[in-house]
Design a protein around this ligand. Structure first.
Ligand code: F0G
Length: 463
């Protein structure tokens, strides 16, 4: 059933005009893009759901704060605005800014991961996975089995399977496991939350073995909102309180601030101890900039400090999560197979079930992307074999268990009417799914492991 949705808890002060390209223009754009959604120009897209990263709208307070940015190279006031917000909202004493989330990963993983290491995750995001590889380590998925079944209902499908984690710790030991990392919410598994109870269990396992626990907090506020609405023990708590409790389980976090913290650019590493914080500083200075600006302008730090405060606003979060669910409900009502329950930032269509006649080796998630763009000039992104298939030691291709297509909803950007148009467009594609009978083959592809889907040139071929 489609639940009624409340209107947006904001009003529009500035508009960004967008154009709807006609069908011929869309065909031309697809050819120019080599059928890769990353290759499309923004002006070729009517509704852009490629990512929720850095694509949201800042508030008038954030825009106002840009004017008070302190651009001193070291010790800028704006850094201390950020440090204060981090302490108040997340409880960490130490923070280093970075230019975005993967830069935070580069700093942390480059410091802590050595060749031959294994890093247990619930599931890492694609750039996170690539950064572990890049530092000579291997990520290990320890998410609960329910995560691999799009139709199975579970309130916390991002949870770590504690048995899998304990088995990994028993197998590789503290010497080969520099830390355990939990992604909240689990983006690769459908934007699914992790419960506070589960995080505490993971933390207990880590502490009893002297292993650090890190969180990837890109969507930590949405995760806290899900905990508030789904975890009985936390019902009476505010999102802000839950978020602090969540953070209390971890030794450090990396954050892409382009997501929940509501800025267009920025990242950070927050740590519990001075020792851990200090260990990160040389790499921050080497790759990002001095420790108090880390690749960002002072004005960016001011906007981020406010974004951290705004992200725990419960009216905002209630609408955000409801808007994403509304899209899921409209699609579900029309029979479109999606990961359920709806994620916090995105709806993930089960492309394998949508296009069951297209084998995974022909990249059905990416075929679906092309068809949705063709139908409504809407851009999403395939998260299936093209992004995640990897060869094993013998060269045999290992396909991911999930073949998903993601529609990421930008924060405070699109209205509920846009959501209805998106749903109708996808239902139209669903109505003609049997006639979609082609696959995609690769032309140019970069050699770096984990990078293919961003840059690959694709060519349709008839099946
Ligand atoms: N961690 C998670 C869970 C992410 O979703 C992302 C980015 C990153 C880390 C890296 O952060 O982009 O600031 O360098 N996800 C984007 C996405 C790109 O589309 O989901 P970044």
């Amino acid at each position: 059933m489609v639940e009624r949705i409340m209107p947006e808890p904001y009003r529009i002060k500035m508009v960004e005009p967008v154009k709807v390209p006609d069908r011929d223009e869309r065909e031309e754009a697809l050819k120019r893009a080599h059928y890769n959604m990353f290759g499309l120009r923004s002006q070729d897209v009517y509704i852009d759901l490629l990512t929720d990263s850095g694509t949201g709208a800042m508030s008038k307070y954030q825009w106002g704060a840009l004017m008070i940015g302190d651009e001193a190279y070291a010790g800028a006031d704006s850094f201390f605005s950020l440090k204060k917000a981090v302490k108040e909202i997340l409880g960490f004493d130490y923070v280093v800014p970075t230019h975005q989330g993967r830069a935070a990963e580069n700093v942390v993983f480059g410091t802590l991961v050595k060749k031959g290491d294994v890093v247990p995750f619930n599931m890492p995001f694609d750039t996170t996975r690539a950064h572990i590889f890049n530092n000579g380590g291997e990520p290990l998925d320890c998410v609960i089995d329910e995560a691999y079944h799009p139709e199975v209902q579970h309130p916390f499908k991002g949870n770590v399977d504690i048995k899998k984690l304990e088995a990994a710790v028993a197998k590789y030991g503290k010497d080969r496991i520099p830390f355990v990392m939990v992604t909240i919410t689990n983006n690769s598994g459908g934007g699914q939350p992790v419960s506070l109870e589960n995080l505490r269990q993971v933390s207990d396992v880590c502490r009893s073995h002297g292993i650090l626990l890190l969180l990837d907090g890109a969507r930590m506020a949405e995760n806290a909102y899900f905990i508030k609405t789904r975890e009985e023990a936390c019902r009476g708590m505010s999102v802000a309180e839950i978020l602090k409790e969540t953070m209390n389980t971890a030794d450090a976090i990396t954050v892409s601030c382009k997501k929940d913290p509501l800025v267009n650019i920025g990242g950070m590493v927050c740590s519990r101890t001075e020792e851990l914080h200090n260990s990160f500083l040389p790499r921050v200075i080497l790759f990002e900039g001095y420790a108090t600006y880390g690749g960002l302008a002072g004005r960016d730090l001011e906007a981020l400090a406010l974004g951290l405060r705004e992200m725990v606003d419960e009216q905002y979060l209630a609408h955000r999560v409801a808007q994403v669910r509304y899209l899921g409900d409209l699609l579900g009502e029309g029979g479109v197979p999606c990961v359920t329950p709806a994620g916090g930032h995105a709806i993930f269509i089960d492309a394998a079930a949508f296009l069951p006649h297209i084998p995974q080796s022909a990249y059905p998630a990416d075929v679906l992307g092309i068809e949705i763009y063709r139908e409504g000039a809407i851009r999403g992104i395939g998260l299936g074999a093209l992004a995640f298939a990897t060869p094993d030691e013998t060269g045999r291709i290992v396909y991911p268990k999930l073949e998903l297509f993601r529609l990421a909803i930008n924060r405070r950007t699109y209205t509920n009417h846009h959501i209805e148009f998106i749903a109708q467009t996808i239902l139209d594609v669903y109505g003609r799914r049997d006639a979609i009978r082609y696959g995609l083959k690769e032309g140019y592809a970069p050699a770096v492991k984990g990078m293919k889907h961003f840059l690959v040139h694709l060519e349709p071929y008839a099946l």
